[in-house]
Ligand binder design. Structure first.
Ligand SMILES: Cc1cc2nc3c(=O)[nH]c(=O)nc-3n(C[C@H](O)[C@H](O)[C@H](O)COP(=O)(O)OP(=O)(O)OC[C@H]3O[C@@H](n4cnc5c(N)ncnc54)[C@H](O)[C@@H]3O)c2cc1C
Ligand code: SF4
Ligand code: SF4
Length: 815
């Protein structure tokens, strides 16, 4: 008589295991399946096409009723197992039925995780796991209205795309800054977000759900920042948890999932487990490929054959029609790895391969995933890639081919090959223009043909064409690339950020075809500044792209402690401020207090973890950050002017305070220091500052381009203006012009040397409309910049920066 096999759960994993078992030994077991879902085994992966209308439930059945009948399997649909008796070798169903087993296979899968926010139990809050969920979504979609999907991972995006297809107004809320961050890097995440938004789905990243609002039924989702998004349904797709409770109650070993060995055996030798409910070698899986590998092993083991499961390497694809992405392996950045990146801005393609020790360890493909399977195989097989490295990124068709010399490659292109995609300029037009008009510079070619004048990504190709046509007569333009991640110089990057309306770092990198996935320590801070300067109010500062001092809002000192400099407007202070500073010094045992050259008080020797508490006390006394660490306005130094000095011609202190109150908080390419002297005796040393004002009887001399660091340089006189108001306007206009034209880390005097004092005078002094526009633009951007970074950190922003490492380690170990 055959032995009894009881299976708990009727998903894809046990389905595959049974197929293999029945193939080999149809009579070996008398099989009973308990399934909590009231249906047969279907392809859960294909629920999304059912939701979007591309398939029906009938299309996705794996085993229909006839299959169970044919194999003599008893399928108890809609019958949940409530208990396992390991000693008595029986299971009990919710209907009271008891089934005895010789071998038991647990395949209870996973349950969707529901975030424990108020309102999670309201009518209209759905998960996305089974056909019932899909049917509930379809019923809601029939009425139209709005859907909010919480979770921008694989399932969330598929649900969002499906609901949109069904006519709903859909918003995706995602906690992290980019979508599918566990499978995609930021570059691919950016492209994905763009593609999702192009379908009319709204995406809100960095969105933390605070509450689901409604009276008995969902009405809206409220975020931490108070935003409310109307919703008729809310789909939670934020992750899954293995269904291991039943096994745990039965006394089996359970961690995150049901613990199994390589034979898929649980801690009870007669009980096997398979699928998403298991934990194997510390891993729980949420994709079907590894489950099928486990299923193979379990089938063999149930027949007492040798087989072992050793874990799986997984890959991901998104099943949203028209969006091609593939990812596998480990694509985190790291010192021990190199990356090969290919970007095609016009084609929306991004490919990144991560290599360690001559082997592929990570793959991210977006837009063109044809070679995904081939790369994946190379990764799984640990194939050395050295020999095909040069052409690897182009895929299997090019593997092992020798790389073409770039000029030879351009020579081989046909005359009608399109070189500049943006402006549709072909090879023969460029070559014709070069020979006909004797062009020798890239600017000349741009002006004549428009090639490389828009996105600039074909600049390299155009240069190769020039080199081919002019031979030795061509020396490529002396544009210094920003860094090794791009061939474009700072000015081109800035021009293109504005022209192409690029508003995030990943957008710049993709559209300008960066050669690396995430940039480097040179280009990231520069891009962050350019984006802040060009898109005030729209671009969110990427604090990760800042240097340490700007990240922690204090200057690091040689012993690893920090210095704290509160702002003192125009160098003025008061007894109350000095008392508060003295109290802070005593309270925190600050070892050194120093007056700086910029007329500020510097508290030196503050440990990083004390910074927020020190700032809190200074904030309480009305003081804000002095930005002594910033590529931005540092100080405005003043003399006492007409208030006290018998030589003073104007209120230099008052003007200094007004200037500092107008300019503080602004980000600039490099640090900016100002000074205002009340007369030409110049006690505030205004003529060696970035911008200096020297008061004279007839008004205010505006000086620019001084420096007193490694290079000492006197300022140049820009102009003299009669009123204080004009002095303020001119200083702001100069600062704004510098923000727009200065290259990152270029001081004002270097910028002035490059563009010429006359060019600055033309725009700030002679062209009134331009000056007004610069002034207004500056004031507008200050609306978003004048936030005290100390107060923000005291309130909790970036708190991890200030947590000592040993405390972080202890917390992580506890998780
Ligand atoms: C919408 C969606 C899209 C997906 N897309 C992909 C994809 O593109 N690629 C991919 O690889 N994977 C995808 N997955 C994941 C994949 O579907 C799962 O990994 C796979 O279905 C898990 O199979 P399983 O047999 O372990 O568990 P499940 O399929 O979850 O089956 C478990 C079954 O056990 C039943 N059960 C639970 N407890 C009991 C009990 N006590 N008694 C009786 N029955 C019980 C449940 O009702 C359920 O029917 C997707 C999943 C979803 C939901
Ligand atoms: S700069 Fe002139 S006004 Fe100012 S303190 Fe010196 S002498 Fe007096
Ligand atoms: S002058 Fe040199 S040593 Fe002195 S604080 Fe500045 S950087 Fe340090």
């Amino acid at each position: 008589m055959s032995k009894k096999l009881v299976v708990i759960g009727n998903g894809m994993a046990p389905g595959r295991a049974l197929e293999r078992l029945l193939d080999q030994a149809p009579e070996a077991y008398e099989i009973t399946i308990f399934n909590a879902e009231p249906r047969v085994n279907y392809d859960r992966i294909m629920l999304s096409p059912v939701l979007s209308g591309e398939k029906t439930y009938q299309d996705i059945l794996i085993h229909d009723d006839a299959w169970y009948e044919k194999h003599g399997i008893t399928l108890k649909k809609g019958c949940k197992v409530t208990a396992i008796d390991c000693a008595g070798k029986t299971v009990t169903g919710a209907d009271g039925s008891v089934a005895a087993y010789d071998k038991l296979l647990i395949a209870t899968g996973s349950a969707p995780f529901i975030i424990p926010v108020p309102g999670k139990d309201l009518e209209g809050v759905l998960a996305y796991r089974d056909l019932d969920d899909v049917e509930a979504m379809l019923a809601a979609a029939e009425k139209g209205g709005s859907a909010v999907v919480i979770g921008g991972g694989l399932l969330g995006l598929e649900a969002a795309a499906g609901l949109k297809e069904r006519g709903m107004d859909v918003t995706v809320l995602h906690l992290m800054p980019t979508l599918m961050e566990r499978q995609l890097d930021t570059a691919a995440g950016y492209l994905l977000e763009r593609a999702i938004e192009a379908r009319g789905i709204k995406v809100v990243t960095g969105a933390n759900t605070h509450e689901i609002v409604g009276d008995g039924k969902v009405e809206a989702v409220r975020l931490d920042d108070g935003t409310e998004i109307p919703a008729d349904i809310v789909v939670m797709a934020v992750g899954i948890r293995p269904n291991a409770g039943l096994a745990k109650e039965a006394g089996l070993e359970v961690n995150r999932g049901i613990v199994v060995d390589d034979a898929m055996q649980t801690s009870d030798p007669d009980i096997f487990a398979v699928g998403e409910c298991v934990e194997h070698r510390g891993h729980c899986y949420g994709l079907v490929a590894p489950l099928y590998e486990m299923a193979k092993v379990v089938a063999e083991r149930l027949l007492d054959k040798e087989a072992g499961y050793e874990g799986s390497v997984t890959s991901t694809r998104l099943k949203v029609t028209g969006i091609d992405l593939f990812s596998a392996g480990d694509f985190a950045e790291g010192k021990d790895r190199e990356e090969i990146v290919l970007r095609d801005a016009a084609g929306g393609i991004y490919k990144r391969l991560v290599v360690r020790d001559d082997k592929l360890i990570g793959i991210v493909l977006y837009g063109d995933t044809r070679d995904g399977a081939w790369f994946f195989q190379l990764m799984k097989d640990e194939t050395p890639i050295g020999e095909m490295r040069e052409t690897l990124i182009f895929g299997q068709n090019y593997a092992g081919g020798s790389p073409l010399d770039p000029t030879a490659a351009v020579a081989a292109l046909p005359d009608d090959a399109e070189i500049c995609g943006c402006n549709g300029v072909c090879k023969s037009s460029i070559v014709g223009a070069i020979t006909e008009h004797g062009l020798t510079s890239i600017d000349g070619v741009r002006a004549r043909t428009k090639a490389s004048a828009s996105c600039g990504s074909c600049t390299g190709l155009v240069e190769q064409l020039m080199s081919l046509t002019l031979g030795e007569g061509f020396t490529p333009g002396a544009v210094q690339p920003m860094c090794g991640c791009t061939d474009l110089g700072h000015d081109d990057v800035r021009r293109l950020i504005v022209a192409k309306e690029l508003k995030s770092i990943p957008a710049v990198m993709q559209e300008l075809e960066w050669k690396t996935s995430c940039g480097c320590a040179k280009c990231r801070p520069a891009l962050n500044f350019y984006l802040i300067a060009d898109w005030p109010g729209e671009y969110q500062d990427d604090y990760q792209s800042r240097f340490i001092n700007e990240r922690v809002h204090a200057n690091i000192q040689k012993d690893g402690t920090y210095s704290v400099v509160p702002r003192m407007w125009g160098g003025m202070t008061s007894s109350a401020e000095l008392r508060a500073i003295a109290d802070v010094v005593d309270k925190f045992g600050i070892p050194t207090v120093k007056v700086t050259g910029g007329q500020r008080i510097d508290l030196l020797g503050v440990p990083k973890e004390n910074l927020p508490a020190v700032w809190a006390d200074l904030n309480a006394a009305g003081m804000v950050s002095g930005h002594a660490y910033a590529k931005g306005l540092r100080t405005v130094k003043t003399c006492v002017g007409t208030d006290w000095c018998r030589f003073g011609t104007q209120d230099s202190t008052g003007l200094g305070v007004k200037l500092e109150k107008m300019l503080w908080g602004s980000w600039t390419p490099h640090k900016v220091k100002l000074a205002v002297s009340g007369c030409p005796r110049n006690c505030a040393e205004a003529t060696c500052k970035d911008i200096g004002v020297v008061c004279v009887d007839s008004g205010y001399e505006i000086h620019v381009g001084g420096a007193a660091g490694m290079h000492v340089k006197g300022t140049e006189l820009l102009c003299t203006v009669p009123t204080e108001e004009e002095a303020l306007e001119y200083c702001a206009a100069i600062t704004q012009l510098y923000r727009e034209q200065g290259r990152y880390l270029e001081r004002i005097y270097k910028w002035m040397d490059r563009v010429g004092l006359d060019a600055i005078r033309e725009q700030v002094v002679e062209d009134e409309a331009r000056r007004t526009a610069l002034f207004e633009k500056f004031l507008y951007s200050q609306r978003f910049a004048q936030r005290d970074p100390w107060a923000e950190r005291v309130a909790g922003t970036d708190s991890h920066e200030f947590t000592p490492l040993n405390r972080i380690a202890a917390r992580e170990a506890a998780e």
